[in-house]
Design a binder for this molecule. Structure first.
Ligand code: AFP
Length: 326
């Protein structure tokens, strides 16, 4: 089943179908750009020299992917505004549009240098001030308000993982590179229970707070500890790939705030990383927390707000929460 047919079978909101379809189209262009790989390296790899709003070096591909998404969404009449990791402020597009779109155009971009997977993460929110130009404040809605979210993973194949929320579940699509169509591969993705895999950057151990250290100590203790089973670590260093693994074979992903970044709120971004992933995870039967609150309940104060993120298998997420509330 093609993406468009899937969407039409799940919702009567043709405007939403149109906005999702535009994002999917942009991702097809990004796929072809990335597939040129080494051939395109001289033109597209390397750093532009600018820094993005988080003070990180931009890779040129981040800029190109960002531009491709903006160009496509600017033509999408249902999109009233765009916010991106690569933009300081939101862009107002069509004042009569019904949607606001947020994205991280290329998550895990440092993986490009080593030919590993990267991804695009997106979130679609309703727009409530038709007729007026959208501003940053219009985007400050809790994650539960999302009309749809998903990611595109540019890996050995290009995969689109999508939810339109409200109990409609998660669909996984694979891009047919010959036709440029996304085809349904798996409907109603469910997170496997009872995982033995966890993903965390363990090199930060000494910077974590005690509850996170205790949780990871329990996992490392394996069958000799309180958890009574052995665990395995996986770390791709791109959230899209970690979440894709969790949705396809289970596990838990953790990016805690630590002593170095707690004043900034953590590392990952609420609006275009944590919220869209949390909606996917919850629709697949998992949980997502900032270690205390459900991610989807968090009231945003800034479009580039950062938070700690723990998501995936419910038993693991609840154990982390328990240790933080103790
Ligand atoms: P970039 O998109 O800036 O490359 O960052 C990706 C990311 O925010 C997230 O996808 C990963 O979980 C995390 O960074 C990995 O970071 P470290 O391996 O440096 O801890």
């Amino acid at each position: 089943m093609r993406l468009i047919d899937y969407l039409n079978s799940k919702t009567t909101d043709s405007n939403l179908v149109s906005t999702i379809h535009s994002i999917a189209q942009a991702s097809v262009h990004i796929t072809f750009l990335l597939r040129r790989g080494a051939l395109a390296e001289a033109e597209i790899h390397g750093e532009v020299g600018n820094q993005n709003v988080q003070g990180e070096e931009q890779k040129k591909l981040d800029v190109i992917a960002n531009d491709m998404l903006i160009e496509t969404l600017t033509k999408e009449s249902h999109c009233a505004g765009i916010a991106s990791e690569e933009l300081d402020d939101a862009i107002a597009t069509h004042p009569n549009g019904e949607h606001l779109v947020l994205f991280d155009p290329l998550d895990g971009s440092s993986n490009i240098e080593i030919n590993m997977s990267v991804g695009t993460i997106f979130s679609i929110l309703p727009y409530h001030r038709q007729g007026e130009m959208a501003t940053n404040e219009d985007f400050l809605q809790i994650g539960h308000e999302q009309l749809a979210s998903g990611y595109i993973m540019y890996g050995t194949s290009t995969i689109l993982m999508l939810t339109i929320g409200r109990g409609q579940g998660v669909g996984m699509f694979v891009l047919n590179p010959t036709t440029g169509d996304y085809l349904l591969h798996h409907d109603d993705i469910r997170i496997t229970r009872g995982t033995q895999e966890y993903a965390i950057n363990g090199s930060n151990y000494r910077h974590w707070f005690a509850p996170m250290q205790k949780y990871v100590d329990e996992l490392i203790a394996g069958e000799t500890g309180v958890r009574g089973k052995n665990y395995n670590t996986r770390w791709v260093a791109a959230m899209v790939s970690e979440v894709n693994r969790i949705l396809t074979r289970g596990g838990v992903f953790l990016y805690p705030a630590d002593k170095r970044n707690v004043s900034k709120g953590g590392k990952l971004r609420l609006m275009y990383e944590a919220n869209p992933m949390a909606l996917l995870i919850e629709e697949a039967g998992g949980k997502a927390t900032d270690t205390v609150n459900d991610v989807l309940d968090i009231e945003p104060t800034h479009i580039h707000q950062r938070i700690p993120v723990v998501l995936g298998c419910p038993e693991e997420v609840e154990r982390v929460r328990e240790l933080h509330l103790a």
